[in-house]
Design a protein around this ligand. Structure first.
Ligand code: GDP
Ligand code: MN
Length: 381
């Protein structure tokens, strides 16, 4: 789950990182009031869960409250990379001398948190990483030891940070690392960490929280902005299904993450492409199966459905009943390949067979199922 800039920065502030003390506005009038209260120059910033807002015109400086209102008028409702702007952040404008990139994320290869830092922060950090890789420094952190002073000093020296900022840089680095760890984040990023006459300031912030850890952070879970999520993902969350939409034509309904991945790989092996990852979980009830099928069929790219269920705790007859229940609600024109193996597989198959559904195709092995699904999707395309 991603947090908005204003949410991320407030959290950074809680850990002692200096942030601009701005206000969120949902209307141009509120933006005017916020700018007037703050006084002086402000920056009006689109709050959308995507990067590159500056380049897209979603970050604008305003010298007066009237100007702030006008910018808010322009930015609210704007579409930035497919995200509609519903809120703007009004921050006191910072007097930026230079921009540092400072982030903490997971280094999956090393299985350790890693600090990423660059003197060339700001709006083009991806470009810097691609064209000037030596301008991006990476320092791994052993979680049992934590971030050490010498590591921070190495980073500060490497990016050529003037000495007078080192002490504050050390505090910010320690605080961001702590914030990252204690939030169960997968990313905590300040870009830019601005060098200003008054010291360092986190002008932009972004956090991603590990969804699987949200249960122990109810305060963070409450920050979720579902308006940015695809409706299918909202429904999947409500039904407690793991669903990730992809671009292919074969809708996969599978139980177990490992089997779901294998099923996706198998569709590729036979020349197809999965439309989604979907794990209906262990002990899936008929209700869950019905929700899963509804979600799969809501994707217009789906040309065939591949249902691959291993009945362990989940019983194949429950799954079969779930499929029939779903098909009473949703019309399915696409063919569906069904492979049911394991607990109560005979009952499951019998239920499907006796239903007389015209577009259901049975399969026995996983390879057989994947092949049939790819063929069926090809016929429909
Ligand atoms: P992003 O484009 O989504 O990363 O949004 P940012 O908040 O990082 O803003 C983009 C750029 O706008 C920054 O890199 C700065 O160069 C500039 N900017 C943002 N806030 C301020 C500010 O308060 N003062 C000044 N002078 N520039 C700012
Ligand atoms: Mn930024």
């Amino acid at each position: 789950m991603n947090l908005h800039e204003y949410q991320s920065k407030l959290r950074f502030g809680d850990f002692g990182i200096p942030i601009p003390r701005g206000k969120v506005a949902e209307t141009p009038e509120q933006a005017y009031d916020a700018a007037r209260e703050l006084g002086g120059k402000v920056v009006v910033k689109a709050q959308v869960l995507t990067g590159g807002r500056g380049k897209a015109g979603g970050v604008r400086l305003a010298g007066t409250p009237d100007e702030a209102r006008a910018h808010a008028q322009t930015i609210l409702g704007m579409d930035i990379h497919g995200h509609t702007v519903h809120k703007v952040l009004i921050d006191p404008a910072a007097d930026i001398q230079s921009e540092i990139y400072f982030g903490v994320t997971n280094d999956r290869g090393a299985r350790l948190p890693v600090i990423i830092c660059s003197s060339e922060g700001g709006i083009a950090i991806e470009e810097v990483a691609a064209t000037m890789p030596d301008k991006v420094i990476r320092v791994r952190v052993k979680p049992e030891i934590g971030l050490r002073g010498y590591q921070v000093a190495n980073i500060a020296s490497n990016i050529g940070l003037p000495r007078e900022h080192w002490k504050q840089f050390g505090q910010i680095a320690g605080a961001l690392y702590k914030c990252y760890v204690e939030s169960d984040a997968t990313l905590a990023e300040i870009n830019p960490l601005a060098v200003t006459p008054g010291g360092l300031l986190a002008v932009d912030g972004k956090m991603s929280i590990d969804d699987n850890a949200l249960f122990r952070h109810p305060d963070l879970a409450a920050l979720r902005d579902a308006s940015a999520d695809p409706p299918a993902e909202i429904e999947a969350r409500a039904a407690e299904l793991s669903y990730i939409k992809l671009d292919g034509a074969i809708g996969c309904m599978v139980n177990g993450a490992g089997l779901a991945m294998t099923t996706m790989d198998m569709t590729k092996l036979f020349g197809g492409a999965p439309a989604n990852f979907l794990d209906i979980g262990g002990g899936a009830s008929a209700d869950k199966v019905a929700a899963a099928l509804r979600i799969i069929l809501s994707d217009p790219n789906v040309k065939a459905v591949l249902c691959n269920i291993f009945g362990g705790i989940t019983r194949c007859d429950d799954v079969a009943r779930g499929i029939l229940a779903a098909l009473e609600e949703v019309r399915m024109e696409q063919p569906m390949v069904v492979r049911l193996v394991g607990t109560n597989e005979d009952e499951g198959r019998q239920i499907i067979d006796e239903s007389g559904l015209p577009n259901v195709i049975g399969a026995t092995t996983l390879a057989d199922a994947a092949k049939k699904a790819v063929e069926a999707a090809g016929r429909e395309a």
